[in-house]
Design a protein around this ligand. Sequence first.
Ligand SMILES: Cc1cc2nc3c(=O)[nH]c(=O)nc-3n(C[C@H](O)[C@H](O)[C@H](O)COP(=O)(O)OP(=O)(O)OC[C@H]3O[C@@H](n4cnc5c(N)ncnc54)[C@H](O)[C@@H]3O)c2cc1C
Ligand code: SF4
Ligand code: SF4
Length: 432
Amino acid sequence: MMKSVKDVGQANLCIGCGICEAMASDQVIKIKLGEDGFYYPHLNEGLEKQEPWQEIKQVCPGMLVNQDQTLSTQDEKLWGPIAQSWVGYSTDPEIRWQASSGGGITGLLQFLLEKKIVTGVIHIGKSLSNPLTNDVFLSRKREDIIRNSGSRYAPASPLTSIIKILQDKVEKIAFVGKPCDVAALRAYLKLYPQYQEQIVVLITFMCAGTPSMKGTEHLLKTLKVSSDNLQDFWYRGKGWPGKATAIDQDLREFSLSYNQSWGTILNKHLHFRCKVCPDGMGTIGDITFGDAWIEENGYPSFEEQEGKSLIIARNNQGKNFIEQAITQGYLEVDNYYLNNLEKIQPYQAQRKKLIASRILALRLTGLFYPQFSGFYLIDNSLSVSIRENINGTLGTLERLSDKNKFNYFVFKIFSILSLTIQKIGKLFKYFK
Ligand SMILES: Cc1cc2nc3c(=O)[nH]c(=O)nc-3n(C[C@H](O)[C@H](O)[C@H](O)COP(=O)(O)OP(=O)(O)OC[C@H]3O[C@@H](n4cnc5c(N)ncnc54)[C@H](O)[C@@H]3O)c2cc1C
Ligand code: SF4
Ligand code: SF4
């Protein structure tokens, strides 16, 4: 049984959102980088009694995530609620160029700030002192949001200072975070509805997972640049998808394509929590953005081109903001009908369908497993073959057995069982 944020960290389920630090104060809980390159919550041993665990465990995305809307169609059960969807980009050429995909997020933020719908944006960006680390920013101007645009494929804690800002009661905030960050904030606002009005909009993006800092180190090693000799570094952007680029102290530029950087390096360093994430599609915010990849022979193409963002309004409020940003000339869009979404976001669809089988592995080993509700995980698991589900369970058991020797026995039994089923399946040409 989980009794503290320490247990969430030990179970490899802390994704570092930072809301526990905000709820307890950084004197009591501090999010720090661990040796494995991921964030962990550190509880000040002298102040353990001050940990507001009863409240934290109702919002921590390592413990639980709830998707409250009832969904009826198979598309919605897979992709989450959809009030309307578009493909588009920011009409500000600098934003479109600088941002991750089409600058949809930053274009919307520009509209919200310039039309004074919000007073500030809470989001993360490259630290001012070290281009490899991420810090939280309260952005108020066009140049701030442009500086903090782009995807940061490394741990980030966007919620560490949110409560202080809410308690001051002066700001109207647009919050941008990963789906798990947004889920934590949504749950917090349910617990403390007095702050709901101050969070004007929750903006998120499709998320395949957070790589550890080891991923970034691996990337720098491949680029043959030392972190001590670094002037600037970004993962993508400046084009779509843009290249992972390091600039050294002599202003020499070293870069790798998105296909190489994400596809062969960073995605090998993902957090365990991301492997069992039911909400990579970002269904809990008001608006979700993503890459509106061009489909080529049934797969997404990562060829460099002018940026385009996928935009999904999750509710009428989100839809209203996007429509206003379009009418006021901040976003240029076409309607999008989701018909090829699975082809341009294959990883998202595949992972969602396998989450039930991966969670089964946690349940079988008696390890703690997070409570996810409203994601139709069983329905989704029924849309893939039995073999894929067994492999999902086995793969997770294998990963767990690396860390927990006592699981190895269970893993072996499952391997034998799976091989037997697959052999019988092949024999009867029954399984796919
Ligand atoms: C870890 C990660 C995984 C992703 N996986 C996918 C995926 O599977 N499929 C897909 O379509 N898109 C994915 N994206 C999102 C994609 O890279 C773009 O962010 C998205 O298309 C929006 O682009 P944009 O041009 O509208 O955003 P921009 O205008 O560039 O704005 C990006 C915003 O995201 C915030 N942000 C960046 N990195 C982080 C972070 N690590 N944590 C919290 N906030 C952050 C920034 O503060 C900024 O406000 C991922 C992004 C990240 C960071
Ligand atoms: S609240 Fe966030 S930072 Fe704290 S333990 Fe949970 S996931 Fe980690
Ligand atoms: S995959 Fe899920 S848990 Fe991992 S960073 Fe993205 S939203 Fe958070």
